[in-house]
Each structure stands twice: as structure tokens, then as C-alpha cells.
Ligand binder design. Structure first.
Ligand code: NDP
Length: 485
């Protein structure tokens, strides 16, 4: 049953002819304060955002190296290097000498990996022709604020399968290269991934000024640091099929995630003679998450990373460095410190991870089904309740949307994030309770990331849907935990 609330006139508004400031049209304000096409990232930078940007740009790269050194030289004790420096036991020079070296092998491995992923990116997708239920091949993306709808070559599942299949065959049968290659060169590769992340970020920044792929969807805040980090171009591309967001978001990082984990498992096997149950749990749960991502790659075209974020350092460097190094910390830790959980604990951790995955998948699938059936399909066995909303792209065209009030989307506003957090907690808990906080960093990070994402997303939805969004917030008052938060 629709609960109809119109937040503005349903007549199509015409595009304005007033001049633009930084490409930003001020004249198209609607009566409820919304502006045409102004529901992406911010146009203006407040001081708090700027301070956050400076902190992230400065500390994130340092953190990744710091975590690596903590495990490699300090028995995974996260506070040890810092305490050592503070109490004078470790000089900055000594700490510097503990950083991994820059080597030719590091360059060879990372660059051949990225080149291989570029090659796979251009292969036509065969999986959608032979795997029942899989949506791949050429697929449309979401409509951008300027009203453009791009086509994408969705072939991530194929790329994942080929890459991971080859790595597994190599490790178990052919032994072309050592299956512990990732673990063995992890530090050296970190340097190269950083260089790549910065080159990509600087390139898209310059490209946005000189040869943007979609000039109408560029956003210039006028602040160099903010634009560099949050991105100017919405969908930078080279040619027709090399899409920076789709490529860097999924490949090389997410395809590599499971390979990195396998390399840690091989390392355990080679070093200790067996693979611990905790390593199996981490490998299985994270592989489910990764395969889910590629199985639903066409659907991910509509999620925040692809649909709303602009492409800058946050995605460029983040996908090259932060994701592969910080999302795989549990396996890294277990390679140094093998943990065998008592069977009931292992079963409970696995159950938590599976329950989290089930909720995460069910919530995402429910919204997808609801939007695809335009509110006509049954949700939890009944006709869904929803709000009718309108929004405007920057050319002034009125478009319609629906906000689901039934099922998971009536329990809290972001139950998919709750499921994601349960899964993340399970990865960390699999590392046991040896007194180390390093493997638990992930759940802290995910909690900050996803609560910040809730806030960002809700501000965007408010700018897009106006009073209808307020009504949704009143009807579904909690963000993540029913009855609590
Ligand atoms: P969502 O899939 O939750 O999408 C949010 C969007 O859904 C909103 O912007 C709005 O978009 C629409 N929407 C909001 N409420 C409703 C409603 N009641 N009914 C219908 N549509 C609604 O968020 P994300 O894109 O952030 O996340 C996708 C998945 O990816 C999540 O499961 C998340 O956990 C996961 N994720 C994982 C990350 C990781 O690093 N591991 C990082 C980020 C996400 P619209 O404009 O279409 O109305």
C-alpha cells in the first residue's frame, strides 16, 4: 500500500538559464529547499570536513605501514612501536629501518597483477551466458545527477574465477610460483600499491580539469585538498569500457582479497604443517562476501560507491592500498600467530558470520526486488507499504522513486549495514582472545565507516527527497539496532 506524500509539484520543471558558480547552479531551489541534481557529494567545504580530509590524507598511509611493522617486528602488538618510540627504546631511525624495502619484485608482482586485471576487464563476459541467474555482460548503471545513464561491462565474477582458480591450481598442483608469494612480498608490494594509488588519484584530478568524461557531473568545490580526496569526476573513463570506479572498486583489490587470504593459509600450512580452524573461518566468510560482491556486481552499480561517490583519492588510493592491506588483517595476524579456537567457540563465530551474511544479503535483495517490481511484489508475504517520493536531476527533470517501509527496511533504516557489522565482528572474533587488538581494528573501522555512511547517505537522501525522507525517518526511527540506535 503506498503512503503517498508529494514533497513538491509533480509538474516537470524547466532547466534554469542563470549562470553557474563553480559549475553549481544556485537558481534552481525548490520550495522545500532542495535543488535540482544537488544530491551527490557536497559542493562547499566546511572546516570540519577539511580537517577530516587533512587527517585522513596524512594518517591513513602512515597507519597501513605502522600496522605492517607492528606485525612484522613487534609480534603484532599494535602499541609496541609507538610506546617504544615514546619511551626512547626505539629511535625514529630504527623504526624507519623496519619499514619494508622497495624492490624490483614488489614492482613486478603488483604491476603484473594490475595488468592482468586490466586484461580481464576487457574480456567479454561469458558467465552470464552459462551461469543460470547471474546478471553480467553489458548492464546499465544508475542515472547520474545530470541525468546520464552509462553502460558497464560487468564481468567481475569471471575475472574473480579465473584469477582465484589459477592461484589455487598453482598452489595445489602446478607450483609455478610459491603460493606464499603474497605473504612473502607483502611489505614490498605495499610501497608499489601506494605509488599506484597516488598516480591514479593525481591522474583523475588532472583529467577532471582537462579532459573529463562527463563534464556535467563534475563537482569542483574550489578546495584542492577536498577535491583531490573526494574526487571531481563522477565516472572517469578511458575509452568506452575502462571505468575507473568499477575497475578500482572491484579489481584489483577485491579480486585479490581472497588470493591474499589463501596465501596466508598456504603460509600457515608451510610453516606449521596445518591450517587452523580460525584461518579456515576467515577464508570462508570473507570468500562468501567477495563472491557475493561479484555475483551482484550489476546490482552494486546502484550502491553508494558507484552511484554517488566521486572518484578521487578516497576511492583510488583506498582501493589500491587500504582495502587489500587493512581488510585482510585477520589472515595476516593468523599467519604470524596461528589460533585454534575450541570447537564450540569456532562454531559460534561461524554462526555469527553466517547470520550476518544472511541479513546483509536479505536486506540488499529486498530493496532490489522492491525497486525492480516497482512496489508490486510481496515483501515478507504481504503487499509492501512504501512512500512515494519525487526528486529532480540537474536538468530539472522530475523523477519518481519509492521508499520501502515494510520488511527489513521497516526494522531499521540500514539493516544491511547491521548484517555487515555482524560479519565483520565474526572475522575479528575468529582471531581469538590473545590480548592483541590488531585483528579487532577491522570491526572498529567498519563501525566508523558504516555509521558515517549512514549519516552521509541520510543527508543525501534528505537533499534528494526532502520532506518525504523526514517522513521515512519518523516512521523508521532507528538506524542500525532495532529499538536502540
Ligand atoms: P544501501 O544499499 O543501503 O543504499 C542506500 C540507498 O538506498 C539510499 O541512498 C537510497 O538511494 C536507497 N534507500 C534508502 N532507504 C530506502 C528505502 N527505505 N527503500 C528503498 N530505497 C531506499 O547502501 P550502500 O550503497 O552504502 O551499501 C550497499 C551494501 O554494500 C551494503 O550492504 C553495505 O553494507 C555494503 N558496503 C560494504 C562496504 C565495505 O567496505 N565492506 C562499504 C560500503 C558498503 P536512492 O537514491 O536509490 O533512493
Amino acid at each position: 500500500m503506498p503512503v503517498t506524500t508529494r514533497s513538491s509539484s509533480s509538474k516537470q520543471k524547466s532547466a534554469t538559464s542563470k549562470p553557474m558558480r563553480n559549475g553549481h547552479d544556485d537558481s534552481n531551489e525548490l520550495d522545500d529547499g532542495r535543488k535540482h541534481g544537488q544530491w551527490g557529494r557536497a559542493w562547499e567545504v566546511d572546516i570540519l570536513s577539511l580537517v577530516s580530509v587533512i587527517c585522513l590524507l596524512t594518517f591513513c598511509p602512515l597507519m597501513v605501514f605502522y600496522f605492517y611493522v607492528s606485525c612484522n617486528h613487534y609480534d603484532c602488538a599494535l602499541s609496541a612501536p609507538l610506546l617504544g618510540i615514546l619511551n626512547g627504546d626505539v629511535t625514529l631511525g630504527q623504526f624507519w629501518s623496519q619499514l619494508p624495502p622497495i624492490t624490483a619484485d614488489g614492482f613486478k608482482i603488483v604491476l603484473s597483477w594490475v595488468a592482468f586485471q586490466v586484461f580481464l576487464n576487457y574480456l567479454p563476459d561469458l558467465f552470464h551466458k552459462c551461469v543460470p541467474g547471474y546478471v553480467g555482460g553489458i548492464q546499465p548503471g544508475a542515472i547520474t545527477p545530470s541525468g546520464v545513464q552509462l553502460l558497464y561491462r560487468v564481468n567481475g565474477l569471471q575475472a574473480w574465477f579465473i584469477s582465484n582458480g589459477l592461484f589455487l591450481l598453482n598452489g595445489l598442483v602446478f607450483k609455478w610460483v610459491s603460493p606464499t608469494i603474497v605473504f612473502d612480498h607483502w611489505g614490498e608490494m605495499l610501497w608499489v600499491a601506494n605509488i599506484l594509488g597516488y598516480i591514479v588519484s593525481v591522474f583523475v584530478y588532472i583529467k577532471a580539469y582537462h579532459f573529463p568524461s562527463g563534464a556535467k557531473d563534475c563537482k569542483f568545490s574550489g578546495n584542492f585538498l577536498y577535491d583531490f580526496m573526494m574526487g571531481i569526476e563522477f565516472n572517469p573513463r578511458i575509452g568506452k569500457w575502462f571505468d575507473f570506479k568499477l575497475f578500482f572498486n572491484g579489481r584489483p583489490g577485491i579480486v585479490a582479497w581472497t588470493i591474499i587470504n589463501m596465501s596466508y593459509a598456504f603460509y600457515q600450512y608451510h610453516t606449521y604443517g596445518y591450517v587452523t580452524n580460525s584461518m579456515w573461518i576467515v577464508n570462508i566468510l570473507q570468500a562468501m562476501y567477495v563472491v557475493d560482491y561479484f555475483w551482484n556486481e550489476a546490482w552494486y552499480l546502484n550502491t553508494i560507491d558507484i552511484h554517488h561517490d566521486h572518484f578521487g583519492w578516497m576511492l583510488g588510493w583506498g582501493d589500491c592500498v587500504w582495502l587489500p592491506w587493512m581488510y585482510t588483517l585477520q589472515g595476516f595476524y593468523l599467519a604470524y600467530k596461528p589460533v585454534d579456537l575450541p570447537l564450540p567457540v569456532a562454531a559460534a563465530v561461524l554462526a555469527l558470520g553466517l547470520a550476518g551474511y544472511f541479513i546483509f544479503r536479505a536486506v540488499n535483495a529486498q530493496k532490489d526486488y522492491f525497486r525492480r517490481t516497482n512496489g508490486q511484489g510481496l515483501i515478507w508475504g504481504a503487499k509492501p507499504k512504501y512512500l512515494e517520493a519525487t526528486y529532480y536531476s540537474s536538468d530539472g527533470t522530475e523523477r519518481k522513486s519509492k521508499l520501502l517501509l515494510s520488511g527489513w527496511w521497516g526494522v531499521t533504516r540500514h539493516m544491511n549495514y547491521t548484517g555487515d557489522l555482524m560479519g565483520s565482528a565474526a572475522y575479528c572474533l575468529a582471531c581469538g582472545f590473545e590480548g592483541d587488538i590488531l585483528p579487532y581494528f577491522y570491526i572498529v573501522f567498519m563501525f566508523i565507516l558504516l555509521t558515517h555512511r549512514c549519516i552521509r547517505d541520510e543527508a543525501r537522501c534528505k537533499a534528494k527527497y526532502g520532506k518525504v525522507w523526514d517522513e521515512y525517518m519518523t516512521k523508521v526511527p532507528r538506524r542500525l539496532i532495532p529499538g536502540v540506535f
